[in-house]
Design a protein around this ligand. Sequence first.
Ligand code: TTP
Length: 394
Amino acid sequence: MQTVVLAAGEGTRMRPLTANTPKPMLPVAGRPLVVRCLEDAIDSGASRIVVVVGYEADAVRAAIADRDWPVPIETVTQAERRGTADAVRTARSELEEGPFVVLNGDALYDRESLAELYDSDAAVGSYRVENPSSYGVLRVADGRVEGVVEKPAEPPSNLVNTGAYVFPAEALAWLDVDESERGELELTDVLQRACETTDVRSIPFERWLDVGRPWELLAANEWKLAECDREVGGDVSDDAELRGTVVVENGATIEPGVVIEGPAYVAAGSHVGPNAYVRGATYLGPDARVGHGVEVKNSVVMADSAVPHLTYLGDSVLGEDVNLGAGTTVANLRHDGEPVELTVKGDRVSTGRRKFGIVCGDGVRTGINCTINVGIVLSAGATVAPGETVLRDR
Ligand code: TTP
């Protein structure tokens, strides 16, 4: 079925990781997030895809053009990010008469459920959560969706909108919606109209992840690293030990004394060791460096970043070209064992994770022997002096 993938968003909740990189281009186990979404869509039944790009559009377009795809994929540019209905409207002229699927390009969907969605007439993917109040919540009776309510104080169900839809052909004419209260043109208004006009089924998704905030990028990598097959290329010392599902791309180097416990992914050009300990689920991006006496656990280390000497880095996300000085230690567990909180757009938000370390934007530099507390966010280009203890975001 023809498909529209929405990838024009700015990703403000993902800052500082999206300061230079659009969210769809953030790495998930070796591939940009949007590429994962496109692959899953094609595997599940997409016959052709229109990707709506906007923020930092060139990078997204280039990543798509860079690959061979088994179905036609084109991109259209949304001039202003006026909302999801506006984004689909941008793709309208490229669509043929007939039903169409819409997917959020920054979400991961399990393939079985997505395939079921593709096999359906009008439908919306739903996902069961314990506390639905911060989502779009579906009103469902006998598997039929009666409507959707945004962030309700009293949710009508535990089923939330995953942003995966099959719209009937007529919906192409319904995209000119009015601005919502928050000033956006919302696709949920089109869904509401579909519910009032035709039978819209709820397709329960086994697994769904909206990759909106930094710890969700970590979760996305955990999910997809667990699905990788072991594949060891590159220059791996006989005195290194690779346990479990480890991917080492050609062009990576693993020195003696290194232990890597999968799932882990070491991209081309990376250099690990000697004597380093990399634990799952960790992704080391292109040309990353993990040096002597370093332990990296459950972290995403993006391209060109270095953790060169005597450092502990756990449950953290480093952007590109970050350098952690020798002896940098990152805390990843609160003394009270409560979930770690992070500041997202000015609000303290629980990550829901007992263990979470830090988030570093591109180009962060830390001095030797510094200590960084749980849940700290360092913005792009921030520096930490030698010996400093960082207790606040900067
Ligand atoms: P959001 O997650 O609401 O927006 P965002 O990705 O920009 O993130 P943030 O809220 O942190 O700033 O968007 C849902 C999906 O729709 C996502 O895949 C981006 C896409 N989108 C567009 O393509 N155009 C738009 O105008 C908007 C608002 C979103």
